[in-house]
Design a protein around this ligand. Structure first.
Ligand code: FES
Length: 364
């Protein structure tokens, strides 16, 4: 059995022992820049050099923005576009150099003395606020911002230049929504009369006779493959090398042209839907008209298509009419027919803009 009396007796002296004395702060050692004017000037020049380098990076951002074409430089370096890489690096270094410069300024040049502050209630009274203001004024004085015009002015310059990339990048918000721009962009997709409908997984043309009642297939127009696509045929490669769509343009075309193909009983469709369909097979844009999520949740019995993002529901038996949810426009239907070999082909491009509808979309 353990003897607890002895162990308590051993602990007793420790409970009444004197608290450990406050060891205090280590003696303050001056920094090289505090005692050597040369080191101080060198540090000042280093800090200024970082701010100047930041300005140069901001200018490089602007040069890269205008000189590197995002379309031509897609996938050029480790899967990143040269344009994206140059923009990211130049802007990243511009910000980083300002940060490092400010840190070096405070470490090497600002006044270096230790301050101890007693804890007190959080609410501050008038005298505290006055003290804070006085401390701020003292901090400004001690930072040397008035005495070091070189550092101050280069920092102000770097902060001014860092705004330039942000202003330049506003250019990427896209063209003005003039009728002619809308016609060329929002109202145009890769679909046109005679383009075959292709299963977007297998890359095979879709035959009308292969579609079953109740089936849904994700599809796209033929010809939308890039050089890295395992489905690309030798003919595709030739087309790509001949300067057809590639890079960012190809991705945009794929996104805007994505469709779903569904088959239902023709008698369940409205007459208007049947006119653009073929024997119960209808093709609709896959892009939700609310804010653009891809949709493919298909209820065979009701012919409803549900968007997973905000539950907009479209009736595919009735021209994509919105039956529920926040979408404000029907899902665009692509007019189709079959060609002489029985494959599904488009009769034309979409006759209305595809995609979200939160701005003025129609050119008419
Ligand atoms: S994106 Fe489809 S409902 Fe919002």
């Amino acid at each position: 059995m353990t003897d607890h009396t002895d162990s308590h007796a051993e602990l007793a002296p420790a409970a009444t022992a004197e608290p450990i004395a406050d060891p205090g702060l280590a003696p303050h050692l001056p920094r090289p820049t505090d005692v050597d004017p040369k080191a101080e000037r060198r540090a000042e020049r280093q800090v200024a050099a970082m701010f100047v380098a930041s300005m140069i990076c901001a200018i490089l951002f602007v040069i890269a923005y205008y000189s590197l074409d995002i379309k031509d430089s897609w996938d050029t370096f480790l899967g990143f576009g040269a344009s994206n890489l140059a923009l990211g690096l130049s802007l990243g270094f511009a910000l980083l150099l300002i940060g490092i410069g400010v840190i070096q300024w405070s470490r090497k040049l600002m006044v270096d003395h230790e301050i101890s502050e007693l804890r007190h209630p959080a609410a501050s009274d008038e005298s505290d606020r006055e003290k804070v203001l006085a401390d701020l004024a003292l901090g400004l004085e001690e930072s040397g911002i008035g005495r070091r015009p070189l550092v101050r002015n280069t920092l102000l310059g770097a902060l001014g230049f860092i705004g330039i990339p942000a202003v330049v990048a506003l250019n990427d918000l896209g063209p003005d929504a003039t009728p002619s721009n809308i016609k060329k962009t929002l109202e145009k997709t890769f679909w046109k009369a005679g383009k075959r409908v292709v299963n977007d997984v297998t890359g095979r043309w879709i035959k009308a006779s292969d579609m079953e009642i109740g089936q849904l297939v994700n599809a796209e127009p033929e010809g939308l493959v890039d050089a890295f696509d395992p489905r690309a045929t030798p003919e595709d490669q030739e087309r790509i090398e001949a300067g057809s769509l590639h890079g960012a343009e190809l991705q945009v075309a794929k996104t805007k042209s994505a469709v779903i193909v569904v088959r239902m009983e023709p008698k369940d469709m409205t007459t208007a839907t049947q006119e653009w369909a073929h024997q119960g097979i209808a093709v609709y844009s896959k892009i939700c008209t609310h804010v653009g999520c891809p949709i493919a949740l298909w209820e065979q019995q009701t012919h409803h298509l549900l968007c997973p993002c905000h539950q907009s529901t479209f009736d595919l038996a009735d021209k994509g009419r919105v039956v529920f949810g926040p979408a404000a426009r029907p899902l665009p239907q692509l007019p189709i027919e079959v060609d002489s070999e029985g494959y599904l082909v488009a009769k034309s491009d979409f006759l209305e803009p595809v995609g979200p509808s939160y701005w003025e979309r129609d050119s008419k």
